[in-house]
Write a protein that binds this ligand. Structure first.
Ligand SMILES: Nc1ncnc2c1ncn2[C@@H]1O[C@H](COP(=O)(O)OP(=O)(O)O)[C@@H](O)[C@H]1O
Ligand SMILES: [Mg+2]
Length: 299
């Protein structure tokens, strides 16, 4: 007889495009074991259950009971619409979870920044809703596409001010962050006199001063030099909480993200786990070209 677990296992395995054999290999069990679990004849031990939930990308509760862990759901977006002179977002429905590492992709003008601005509350939707379990004043960090900096402050003053506001002020911490973000030589320079790349590094530093439940980065590496870009990606790997990044750095998405969203024609045209793309032997760039540009799949 089928129980909830067997039902979840079948549904989630298919959603990941895994055969019973694929899953058996990943779990180091026989295909017959998977078949028995799916028929409700036996159940896996706890260690296999934990590995299963990791492979399938869901919480244990969801795997066993079919219930989403609501504590983990941080943003729920329903049928969100926004037009300027033309419709830009035309019915976005999306759940974002606390552990998500999301790369939000789409062509220029697709509406990525517009969606981001609605998530952090800078724009209001024409219709639809965003339910957020993130407190915008103390657990949401944002790096907007256009730097929002105060040009008539010196770099160090700017960092000090932001650290005070974020309640993380300490001289040592500020010095450490300025040095980490390679702005030591510029610390007494007026922000208005920084180069584009230096301004980007400062914006990033300011977005990362405090811990966050949700970090939203809109094209963070545009304008940075190569070593800053490398630094950025390595740094990102050590950040806790949910991260949503709008980026065109396809080579990095494979390494640092777990989920890819494609915004196209005002909708979330694709919402896929990076593992699923890899299980089709595709790179993110090939996948993007296939679904965004409609190019034939490279065999
Ligand atoms: N404040 C605004 N007023 C009018 N049109 C806007 C405004 N913001 C964005 N747009 C338009 O909405 C579309 C989506 O913009 P945007 O969200 O910035 O795209 P993306 O970030 O994906 O490149 C573009 O056509 C842009 O010109
Ligand atoms: Mg944008």
């Amino acid at each position: 007889m089928q129980n909830i677990f067997s039902h979840q296992l079948i549904t989630l395995r298919r959603r990941k495009n895994l055969s019973q054999n694929d899953l058996a290999r990943k779990l180091y069990v026989s295909r017959q074991s998977i078949s028995k679990w799916e028929n409700g004849e036996t159940e896996p031990g706890i260690d296999k259950l934990i590995t299963l939930s990791e492979i399938l990308g869901v919480d244990l509760d969801f795997l066993l009971l079919g219930k989403e862990n609501l504590n983990d759901l941080i943003i729920k977006i329903s049928d969100l619409k926004k037009s300027f002179t033309q419709p830009v977002l035309n019915g976005i429905t999306l759940n974002i979870y606390g552990k998500d590492r999301i790369a939000l992709l789409g062509s220029n003008g697709a509406g990525k920044s517009t969606l981001a601005k609605m998530i952090y509350g800078e724009l209001t939707p024409d219709s639809g809703s965003i339910t957020s379990h993130v407190n915008n004043t103390d657990s949401l960090n944002v790096m907007p596409q256009e730097d929002v900096l105060m040009g008539d402050l010196k770099v160090i003053e700017h960092v000090q001010l932001a650290a005070l506001i974020d309640q993380v002020y300490s001289k040592a911490f500020i010095a450490q962050m300025i040095s980490k973000f390679r702005l030591e030589k510029q610390k007494n320079t007026y922000v208005s006199k920084l180069s584009g790349g230096q301004k980007r590094r400062l914006s990033l530093l300011l977005a990362l001063l405090r811990e966050s439940k949700l970090l939203l980065l809109d094209e963070p590496t545009v304008g940075m030099d190569l070593s800053s870009i490398d630094f950025f990606w390595r740094y990102l790997d050590h950040i806790g909480g949910c991260v949503i990044t709008i980026t065109h750095d396809f080579n990095q998405i494979d390494k640092y993200f777990s989920r890819v969203l494609l915004l196209k024609d005002g909708k979330i045209a694709q919402d896929v786990a990076v593992d699923t793309i890899h299980s089709h032997n595709q790179t993110i760039e090939q996948w993007y070209r296939q679904y965004n540009d409609g190019e034939a799949q490279i065999q």
